[in-house]
Design a protein around this ligand. Structure first.
Ligand SMILES: [Zn+2]
Length: 220
């Protein structure tokens, strides 16, 4: 049920009462039990009201009561209208099977993270279509798909800084690829060993934390 529905719901105390009555009639002739539940609920509500009031002293008792009546203890998560079906939680064939079943996105691409095989350093991230992935696995040279140029390219074809793929992995749902590579030279066209040469400072600043490995003017 959405937020709008919640607002129009009766106050919590009424809801509880209705629930208790329904329960007791379902139990059949269990009036005493129903009354006891109502009493417990009333005491519980009173305790919660007191805690709430004392912890937030500027709230009047009336406001606290109104607040409690308006919001359930565990609010339902509002679902947007026409929300798409959530994906299935588990896909055993993909997760534990032995077949390579890469899940390409709507554009036919999968992200590929490139990692130095020896140091574990993350060097870059690129996109692969099925053709680029196939060529990477066959030639053992990292090959990507350029979304801007709409064609695939072998890493290092112009700079000579190729990446020999020693191992390729994919994750549980097969929608990310990792290449463990031996780099023949620095990775980033800006001149750094890794594309991740800047650290995010706080929420909106960057600091360069790596030394340049080469001058791009000499290479490209
Ligand atoms: Zn880069």
């Amino acid at each position: 049920m959405g937020i709008r529905g919640q607002r129009r719901e009766p106050p919590r105390s009424e809801k509880r009462k209705v629930k208790s009555e329904n329960q007791s009639s379902a139990d059949g002739a269990d009036e005493g039990g129903g009354l006891q539940r109502r009493t417990h609920d009333a005491v519980y509500d009173e305790i919660r009201l007191r805690i709430f009031t004392f912890h937030i002293p500027f709230f009047t008792f009336g406001r606290a009561r109104a607040n409690l009546a308006e919001y359930p203890v565990t609010p339902e998560v509002p679902q947007p209208r026409n929300a798409p079906e959530p994906p299935p939680m588990s896909d055993p064939a993909r997760e534990t099977g032995t077949d390579l079943m890469i899940k390409f996105d709507d554009a036919g691409l999968v992200p590929a993270i490139v990692q130095d095989h020896a140091s574990g350093e993350i060097l870059m991230m690129g996109w692969m279509n099925a053709e680029a992935l196939g060529q990477t696995l066959e030639t053992k040279l990292a090959t990507f798909y350029s979304r801007s140029r709409k064609k695939f390219w072998v890493k290092g074809e112009s700079s000579g800084h190729t990446q020999e793929v020693l191992e390729a992995r994919t994750d549980c749902d097969q929608d990310v690829v990792i290449l463990k590579v031996k780099s023949n030279g620095p990775c980033c066209h800006v001149g750094y060993r890794s594309c991740f040469y800047r650290r995010i400072q706080g929420t909106d600043e960057l600091a360069t934390v790596e030394e340049k490995a080469f001058d791009p003017k000499d290479v490209y």
